[in-house]
Design a protein around this ligand. Sequence first.
Ligand code: PGA
Length: 270
Amino acid sequence: MITQRKKFLIGNWKMFKKQREAVADFTLLNQLIAQKKQHSPGWEKKEVGIAAPALFLAELASQNASCVNLYAQNAHWEEQGAFTGELSPSMLKSVGVQGSLVAHSERRSMFGETNATAGKRVGALLKAGMTALLCVGETLEERRAGHLQSVLAAQIQQAIQQAALSSAEQWIGSDVSRPHFLVAYEPVWAIGTGQSATAKEAQEAHLFIRQCLAKAFDVQFADMIPILYGGSVKSGNIQEFMTCSDVDGALVGGASLQPTEFAELCAKIE
Ligand code: PGA
């Protein structure tokens, strides 16, 4: 049986925007989504979020923007301690943050993120009752060398192992229709390049990721986990991806920076 998985549209603001712009854009996005919710059906089946720069999260959370969830772009795996410059899941939760991206490819390529540290972050977020969005994806060299599947398998399996959670329930949380663990497939060559994967390429990779999840747990578990596509998604191409049976939403960089464009994109999927 295929579960009707919820759709997730998460914008990644990366290291963009100053305080005033961040607050204004977040407020506007919430208003736009609220309007769209009034005029079109099906919003109970989708969830919108923004992964904002950590500096602004507390202030954005205090805006009571009920239509848009807030995510961090990274979170440490320890609860607290002498870890200069880091933020723990419970600190993020204390200001109203819902979850965090984990191991975005920019963190893997520039800041020493490994599959092991990615897994520890996922484990800590889930233990804190938060959402963990694990980002995986291959470089162009890896794809050309035929290593797509081995790269994805290692990224998924090692993260699951290192998360060191004792039961499948900890991955899902108390509401099976809204799992705490999400995966984003983001081919590195498609991020910020304007050259997205084709819908066929995305579907193949997503199906393979689901098979990896089934191997790690079981088919039922794999069926519940939303897998988002990321890499040059915009309002003009989101629908192509959403025709794929294993694509459950998108992680959006550039096109999430403009509230009108991002709201438009969110409205385009059913
Ligand atoms: P992009 O970024 O949409 O600008 O390609 C996606 C991401 O980095 O998550």
